[in-house]
Design a protein around this ligand. Sequence first.
Ligand code: ARG
Length: 277
Amino acid sequence: MKLKKGLSVLLAAVLLLSMGLLAGCGEKDDKDQGDAKPKLVMATNATFPPYEFVDDNGEFAGIDVEIAGLIADELGMELEIKNVDFGVILGGVQSEKYDIGMAGMTVTDERKEQVNFSSTYAKAKQVVIVKADSTYASYEDFYTGYTTVDGEEVPAGVKDGIKIGVQQDTTGDIYSSDEPKNWGFGEDNVVRYKTGALAVEDLKQGRVTAVIIDNEPAKEFVKQNEGLKILDGAYADEEYAIAVNKNDTELLQKINDALKKLTDNGEIQKVVDKFIK
Ligand code: ARG
């Protein structure tokens, strides 16, 4: 085909220009890749000191935040934290909205159906906070009495007026909401709050009898608020782990390798010692 000279020059120019632009794009992308590491998006609920909270400078802080930072470093990734309601974390990991869920998250069989869990990195327990002048010595005193079911002694019922405050969707909520024969207090006797702190606020106001929550946050809340105490004994024993999408077995393996390394070299203990005195 014979093009007029002017047109062919123009075409050549357009071609060169677009090549240049394309090359430019490529360059820019490469450069972005070079500077910015791939992101590790972590969903958490930063209302749970000392594991995750927003500090006085408005920054995310706490044991999980720092351990996640160390893991991201090991993976050559950049940690990005999304602060969401506790109850949406696992769904978001399942739908691949988040890469990991790390939120003092207790491993349970039900949750294992939704996500994979890393190796556990902390032991925890559910404890009972009451007002300092409370006459209850244990959650066992919240029950009317005991009865034998299948050869096992279980609670027969819950005393009138007992109200248990919990953070919505946590194991404290799930276990407390169960029937007395399964050591719960019955759905109707549980009051759910968006955060543990709000549950504690209502405990101070006398609107609930007790708050059931993880031990270390319980200690923080009792420290921050006058007139409260933690009852002896555990309502439940638990372990924390990081939630990962079931399809993302490669990420799970990398996280487990990092956790092992950071446990063996004492880095995780250092973080824990910084936040739990
Ligand atoms: N360990 C409890 C659970 O897994 C409570 C966790 C709450 N965590 C939080 N970041 N608010 O259900």
